[in-house]
Design a protein around this ligand. Structure first.
Ligand code: TK8
Length: 337
């Protein structure tokens, strides 16, 4: 321990904000290194967005900050990578908000089924006051939320049957993200949900441990889920944001200039990622059908049935999420329409 303390100088934490006069490219000798890990593979817009972040940060700091990028869960799953940021053994990860609700419960507001009517309203709410307020709540968890990126509207796939309405959910073993609202919503639809890290999902579908899952078309296609899933329906039941997270202890160790650079880079790369994600989404549905998946359209009546089935769960979760947060988000959505 004495050796360790000696190595850290007088044992003070090095979470100083650094010398604010220090410019972005100055730094004591060696470059600072950001280890950035995500769960999706290198074909996904999330990884292309991460490469954009790397390009901007390394250019703007003249290499004083280097970004190492890891995809496909090489560093772990959303929850374990978020914990690594809290411990300071990893600097960046970009989880969906659903697992993040295990760290800050208010993020489950975005798991309310059928909350956002479209991406434009989602952008305005997430990038507006209430979305930014939620990011602020991450700091008490030793996390800094720099920006929202886009996972997207989630759609159901399974290997058993075409799903056209609520009764078709009956008994289906559906993997959900590790989030209680998702679990209870799929139970209310009549399914038999199992929470599971994304890194285990493909194998679970391949082995039949689960019948199905739900993710945006981009993920379903780019992660090759069509190899182990037969049916896809446009349930569009939840819009999932990603949050660009940085370890607070690392962020606090940057100069003010460097903090501005990483924040601006996360926001700019996020706009690029949202654009890429949206450009291809309809194309992915066609490509899923070309790969042999059977598509079933969810009619407005069937979607209303789904909304009616999950309504009691939404009521139950309003108090668990926090009435104030829920009311603020609903109000922001009305103003954004
Ligand atoms: C990837 C996950 C994924 C999410 C899920 O790390 O777990 O199904 O939709 O995108 O964050």
């Amino acid at each position: 321990l004495i050796t360790v303390l000696a190595a850290c100088g007088n044992g003070e934490s090095d979470s100083s904000n650094g010398d604010s006069s220090e410019s972005a490219s100055e730094g004591s000798g060696d470059a600072k290194v950001i280890k950035a890990g995500i769960g999706l593979n290198d074909d996904h817009p999330q990884y292309k967005g991460l490469l954009k972040f790397k390009e901007i940060v390394e250019k703007e700091t003249d290499g004083a900050i280097k970004v190492e990028t890891y995809h496909s869960g090489q560093l772990g799953d959303d929850r374990s990578m978020t914990e690594a940021l809290q411990l300071g053994t990893q600097e960046v990860t970009i989880p969906s908000t659903a697992p993040l609700a295990n760290f800050v419960p208010e993020f489950s507001v975005f798991d309310i089924p059928f909350l956002f009517p479209n991406e434009e309203v989602a952008d305005k709410v997430l990038d507006g006051e209430v979305g930014q307020e939620l990011l602020g709540k991450l700091e008490e968890q030793n996390l800094v939320g720099l920006a929202y990126w886009e996972n997207g509207f989630r759609d159901l796939t399974n290997s058993e049957r075409a799903v056209a309405s609520v009764e078709d959910f009956e008994g289906l073993k559906i993997r959900t993200m590790e989030n209680d609202l998702h679990l209870d919503a799929f139970k209310a639809l009549g399914a038999n949900p199992t929470p599971m890290a994304f890194t285990e999902l493909f194998t679970a579908m391949q082995q039949g441990t689960v019948d199905g899952q739900e993710n945006p078309y981009a993920t379903i296609y780019l992660q090759k889920f069509y190899e182990v899933q037969k049916h896809v329906s446009n349930t569009h039941h939840i819009y999932s944001p990603f949050v660009f997270l940085m370890s607070k202890s690392f962020y606090d160790g940057l100069s003010e200039d460097q903090q501005k650079i990483v924040k601006d880079a996360a926001v700019e790369a996020g706009k690029y990622e949202r654009k890429l994600n949206r450009e291809a989404n309809e194309k992915y549905l066609e490509q899923l059908q070309e790969e042999g998946m059977e598509y079933t359209e969810i009619t407005d009546e069937a979607r209303q049935e789904m909304k009616d089935a999950v309504a009691p769960v939404i009521e139950e979760y309003k108090s668990k999420i926090g009435e104030e947060t829920v009311d603020k988000v609903y109000k922001a959505i009305e103003e954004a329409k």
